[in-house]
Design a binder for this molecule. Sequence first.
Ligand SMILES: [Zn+2]
Length: 472
Amino acid sequence: MNDRLAERVRQRADWATALSDRIWELAEVGLQEHQSSALLAEELAKAGFEVTSGVADMPTAFVATYGSGKPVVAILGEYDALPGLSQKAVPRREPLREGAPGHGCGHNLLGVAGVAAAIALKEEMESSGLGGTVRYYGCPAEETLVGKVFMVRDGLFDDVDAALTWHPAALNSVWAASSLANNSAKFRFYGRSAHAAANPDMGRSALDAVEIMNVGANYLREHVVEKARIHYVITRGGGEPNVVPAEAEVWYYVRAPKREQVEEIYQRLLLCAKGAAIMTETEYDVEFLAGCYQYLPNRVLGKLLHQNLRKVGAPPFDEADRQFARQLRETFAPGQQEAAVSRFKELAEELRGKDLHDGVLPLRESDEVMPGSTDVGDVSWVVPTAQFATACTVIGAAGHSWQMTATSGMSIGHKGMLTAAEVLALTVRDLLTRPEVLAEAREEFRRATEGSPYRCPLPQGARPPHHQLEKH
Ligand SMILES: [Zn+2]
């Protein structure tokens, strides 16, 4: 495509690739992305952006602004890794560092594409005299649904007219589907320890309370909306079988298609905890860790993203990429690729037998709900927001997998990232130059949120869960 702005992005290809590889190697988990966020913030500052670090009570959150006045267009970036997914950029399981985190969701690519787009836009605005404000949001801890929720609560999006983001995936597409709203909380029970054989009558087991709470939650499942998801892990269950556990802890996620459904189910889960405590004569407390909204896609902005995604086209994969993809596909579970493809119903035929996506999916009007959660949801309820995906991995690769870490650190991921950067840059420019599109997006947003204004899912006075999450 012959476009000066797209050319500016492409000129940054080597720089962006090196930066994303550096963050890929660092692989820092949520709220600990100190070096990764500093790298991105420094590049933006060097390019002339005004950077404010440590916003919303999170040292790894930042905002970088260029330009002045309206409109204000935001690009959202993420850079947190996932525990246990360390992996070399090779198509077989080989950790870079045994047991260490890895970029199994490709957020190294996610963060850098937005920075590349923002800097290219700044150069373009400078040389063409184009007005308005471009703002990059460095959003930490997406995986634990923390960063953007606190950034929204602290009013960082109050003057923003539109927000854009993207995500590495296997297919080039605009996300028309919603996502699941979520609450994350830990339940801690306190009993009385005793010798489990000699004095069990003296003990009151906190682990019993956790187990009974889980039994309650497992019965609750049948009586909630169909698309709700309730999952838990027991994070503390006692030391040895011969000691009645005096303390135990279980960590829950409650998800559902709508925020109010999550709130209702969560209230009922609190009753399970209360009931378990009564039955076991234990005390308990609840620590609310995070909550987020379902994603509200803005169709007007989505259409614009789609036009630009088609203009830029699929990432230019070559034979070496295809060979890597074939080898990686060999590591999938039987039927994994086919299962991923058949979800696309009428489009499945076109995708079948392909390892790398070489097209752009048509724009779909969809009432679907993606079975996952993202804190982009909270931004989308205060600002018209749209997001898209580019092919950065092999069709059928699971999200949050070592295979995804592998492709996020090599040319397949790099090419997807550069495609995303071009699409972001072109779309922001459209929004800076076409006020009628922004007005239309705003009107759609107004209609969609009418009567159900955003209510922060966090309890009053909540602080980002720095310490709680570090343990896991
Ligand atoms: Zn992700």
